[in-house]
Design a protein around this ligand. Structure first.
Ligand code: PBG
Length: 326
């Protein structure tokens, strides 16, 4: 055949493919979500095979190992003992709570590791919702935002680098910024879960923390999976309120949202490959139906290609090890 163009020439060898590659995934793009619990025990998480609820000591060891493999950041999720859960979620701002203790331990062991904390009430709230719940079952926006500010200040005082509000209350980014600045924490960043969808993909995570809502669902605050324009609106508001970085969550089923926001904001964009995405890959691989390593790399590459600058993934440590050639 006489062909003007033979695109396959650019795919002929690995060296040529390397030259023309448009997207690069590196360990430095990854944020490693870690679960922790009270006590010295470490508990494998049944709903997320390969993930563990760490003790404080185990958490520090795991985070430092990941950091040494090139993962620059972790984000922390606590399993709060049932007896500490209340309808006012007071444990969320206890300076001796699990998270502030973990932040202090991590910053002492590895000062350069970026420590992110989750801002939301679901692990602390006896109702299992991200916000405070009224007697008639509504999620109270403004009252919740006040509590989120106390929680963020508690994390900032412990040394958190970035707070990441995942609660989807209105106006929380501006309120958090004001609260942080008011106490002199002008260097503490805000990674806002701007477009967080009401997703069934969070199921295994709620199993890991025993944090599923006791009644109702999260559809009055998390977004409808049918919506794109609403994500743009949320992102614009969070940006105007002072967010330093925005997030789309989940990632794999929302690549279009990542691409749309990437085109519209100059802020760095994160995407969260959530527990259900993790579990689907893990369980298919464990059954021998897909190649875990290849599917993980392809799924993360797709999220970067769509426009994410950074990815939260439970595979962070194993991917970093693989990129190192370990
Ligand atoms: C709650 C929170 C959730 C996740 C992170 N923060 C669950 C939810 O909104 O119900 C999910 C993460 C995952 O599924 O991996 N604030």
């Amino acid at each position: 055949m006489e062909l003007l163009a033979r695109p396959r020439r650019n795919r002929r060898t690995e060296s040529v493919r390397s030259l023309v590659r448009e997207t690069v995934l590196s360990a430095g793009d990854l944020i490693y979500p870690l679960f922790l619990q009270e006590g010295d025990e470490e508990t494998p998480i049944a709903s997320m095979p390969g993930c563990t609820r760490w003790s404080l000591g185990g958490l520090v060891k795991e985070a430092v190992e990941a950091y040494e493999l090139g993962v620059p950041a972790v984000v922390l999720f606590p399993k709060v003992p049932d007896e500490l859960k209340t309808s006012g979620a007071e444990e969320a701002w206890n300076p001796e709570g699990l998270i502030p203790r973990a932040v202090r331990a991590l910053k002492a062991a590895c000062p350069r590791l970026a420590v992110l904390t989750d801002i939301a009430l679901d692990p602390y709230n006896s109702d299992g919702h991200d916000g405070l719940v009224s007697e008639d079952g509504r999620i109270l926006n403004d009252e919740t935002v006040e509590v989120l500010c106390r929680q963020a200040l508690c994390h900032a005082r412990a040394g958190a680098d970035i707070v990441a509000p995942s609660d989807m209350m209105d106006g929380r980014v501006a309120a958090l910024r004001e609260a942080l600045d008011g106490e002199g924490f002008t260097d503490v960043g805000i990674l806002s879960y701007a477009a967080k969808y009401a997703s069934a993909y969070y199921g295994p995570f709620r199993g890991a923390l025993d944090s599923a809502p006791k009644a109702g669902d999260k559809k009055t605050y998390q977004m409808d999976p049918a919506n794109v324009r609403e994500a743009i609106r949320e992102a614009e508001l969070d940006e105007a309120e002072g967010a330093d970085m925005l997030m789309v969550k989940p990632a794999g089923a929302y690549l279009d949202i990542i691409a749309v926001l990437r085109a519209r904001t100059m802020l760095p964009l994160a995407a969260y490959q959530v527990s259900g995405e993790y579990l689907m890959i893990k369980s298919a691989a464990q059954a021998g139906w897909v190649n875990e390593e290849q599917v993980v790399m392809e799924s993360l590459m797709a999220i970067k290609r769509a426009g994410a600058d950074m990815i939260l993934t439970y595979f962070a440590k194993s991917v970093a090890a693989r990129l190192r050639g370990c």
